[in-house]
Every structure is written in C-alpha cells, then in structure tokens.
Design a protein around this ligand. Structure first.
Ligand SMILES: Nc1ncnc2c1ncn2[C@@H]1O[C@H](COP(=O)(O)OP(=O)(O)O)[C@@H](O)[C@H]1O
Ligand SMILES: [Mg+2]
Length: 325
C-alpha cells in the first residue's frame, strides 16, 4: 500500500452502524441507529477522546475502527488509503495497525492461559518469528508496560485489576500498531490505579508514537490524555474540538451539563451543576428535531422540529446546536 504523505493517519468519514432488531417474531425488524454519521481525523501521536453517556454509540464506533465490525455506511482511510476494501492484504494491515483494548481486563484475558502465552498469541498468528524471538519480544513488552518478567508463567487471576489492564495493553501492542482504540480502559479500575494506567498509556504513546482513540463515559478521565474531544449523543457528534477549548468553554448544552457533573480541581473551572433530567432516548425511537431537545434547558420550538447540523466555528470547534448558532 502506498502512503499518501498529506493524508491524516486515520480519517473516518460519516461512519454509520445500523442494527436490525426484531421486537416480536411477527413484527418487522426495526433499525437501531447505534452510530449515525460520525467523522474525524486522527494524526500520528495524538489522542482523540470519545465521550458521552452509556448507550450513545462509543463502543460501536470503536468496533467499526477495528476489524470487529463493518460499518453500515461510511469510509475509513488509513494514510489516505481506503481501509474498508475487501482485500486480504489490506485486512491484514488493518488487523495489525489498529488494535483495541477493552474496559474489562477480567473478561478479555483467557483465564486458562499464562501471561506469556497471552502476549505471544498475536505474534504466533500474525508473524513468522521463531519461538525464541517471540519470547524475547514478549519479555521486552512486559518490561515496557511495567510487569516483572518473572510473571511470564503466571495466570491472569494472579494479578490485580491494574496489572491485568497492563497485560491487556501489552497484548494490544505486540504487533506494533499505529492506533489503539481504548474502550473505557480505566473505568473498571479503582480510582487509585487509574492514574497509573493513564500515565503508562501516555508514556507508551510517546515512546512508540501511538495514536489513541480513547473512549470514556467519564469526562474527568480524558482531560489530561486527550488532544481532542468528541462528545457524542445518541449516535452523533454534538461537539468536537481541542481538549483545552472543550474544557474551558463548552458550548453545546449537553457538553456543559456533562462537564458540570465532572469534578474539577481548579476553582475557576468549577461551575454551577446543571442537572441532566431524563435519560438518553432510545435509538430505536429517536426524538424529532435535536435528539437532546427534551433534556435541554434552552430548547425552543425549532429544536423540536429540526435537527441541527454539525457546524464548524472560527476556533475549529464543531457544534450541532441552534442556540449556539
Ligand atoms: N449488536 C447490537 N445489536 C443491536 N443494538 C446494539 C448492538 N450493539 C449496540 N447496540 C445498541 O446501540 C446503542 C449504542 O451502544 P454502544 O455502542 O454500546 O454505546 P456505548 O459504548 O456508548 O455505551 C445502544 O442503544 C445499544 O443498545
Ligand atoms: Mg461502551
């Protein structure tokens, strides 16, 4: 594959994932629009955080970036090359270059395999390295992620949650990817070990030149790790911009509400708590107009009728809201 030097490392264009679901045996299948047109670019060494309440489509987006799930519609370009073509070589490249790390390191590690074997597996499947070369790489990766190499023959259950997440991260890095999709990588961890794992991820990013798509329902986690933040609501992006801008001057009412619920250390950033009333509407039955209108403090008649498109503002921030307009 040829590299296009001007193209971003990863470019997602209008990605959609619709799931047909049947309520009863005789009813017509309906469509769940889990992700309904999401676009972004990701540059080398950068982190895009994807945030929003549970059910807004973050994990579905993450799965579409990897080999796990094919978008219903949309494009994905890697260094300017179409990454969704049916081509063995491209699929192999995609499998190597984009890795995913999941939230729950208890469920994602095979309990019957030793750490060494877990980390060796991607090499065994995807490379022709010899047994001793594989072991060498595994030991090297273990020390990179802060695991003692003596742990090579231990089973996952012998580790703490934080250490297990280190194992999961190490496994994701075995094939030397460019991009890691981290789906709530610290959400299952105790607050005390979260910072350690986040720091490890930032160190690894620097050392290996990684780009992250960092998924989190919790905004407070992403402030220090992300360069850019995308806020999702019911399958769509409602606000996207530089982390600094989003945190200091959130403009979409949903972002404002999310952020006001996030504990902040700096006094000047503490704001009046905006209570989010109601729940995320069902993607099976999305509201007319702006999906956020029923919960929005500022909603007008127009917000109930029309859906605001994502608009780009002077500072580069993209926002979908009539009030902001
Ligand atoms: N395989 C599936 N079949 C049907 N609906 C799904 C499937 N996966 C996810 N969904 C629905 O899509 C929406 C988004 O889910 P998800 O991407 O898991 O959100 P998040 O990760 O933000 O919590 C939810 O309403 C969820 O129920
Ligand atoms: Mg999820």
């Amino acid at each position: 594959m040829q590299k296009n030097n001007n193209a971003p490392l990863l470019n997602a264009v209008d990605l959609k994932k619709y799931y047909p679901v049947k309520k009863g045996i005789f009813s017509k299948p309906q469509l769940v629009k889990a992700v309904d047109g999401v676009s972004f670019t990701l540059e080398t060494g950068k982190t895009l955080a994807v945030v929003g309440e549970s059910g807004c489509g973050k994990s579905t987006l993450g799965r579409m970036l990897t080999m796990i799930e094919r978008p219903t519609e949309g494009d994905l370009f890697y260094n300017g090359q179409n990454f969704l073509v049916n081509d063995k070589e491209v699929e192999a490249l995609r499998r190597q270059k984009i890795q995913i790390v999941f939230q729950n390191p208890y469920a994602s590690l095979n309990p019957r395999k030793k750490v060494g074997a877990i980390l060796e597996e991607p090499l065994l499947i995807n490379t022709s390295l010899s047994a001793s070369e594989r072991k060498e790489k595994v030991l090297e990766m273990m020390s990179k992620v802060g695991l003692k190499t003596e742990f090579y023959d231990r089973y996952p259950h012998m580790f703490s949650g934080g250490q297990r997440q280190r194992i999961a991260i190490a496994r994701g890095l075995m094939l030397d990817p460019d991009i890691v999709v981290a789906d709530e990588p610290v959400s299952a961890l105790d607050v005390s070990v979260r910072a350690q794992v986040l720091n490890l991820m930032m160190d690894l990013q620097e050392e290996m030149g990684l780009s992250y798509v960092f998924i989190s329902h919790d905004l407070s986690v992403v402030e220090h790790i992300a360069d850019e933040v995308m806020v999702m609501y019911l399958g769509r992006c409602v606000e996207q911009g530089e982390t600094k801008t989003i945190f200091s001057n959130p403009r979409h009412p949903y972002t404002q509400a999310l952020l006001s619920a996030t504990p902040r250390l700096e006094k000047e950033h503490r704001r009046e708590r905006i209570k989010l009333v109601g729940e995320l509407p069902s993607p099976l039955n999305p509201p007319k107009g702006c999906a956020f209108n029923a919960r929005c403090r500022f909603a007008t008649e127009r917000c109930q009728q029309e859906r605001p498109e994502l608009k780009t503002y002077e500072d580069g921030t993209k926002i979908a809201c009539f009030i902001v307009e």
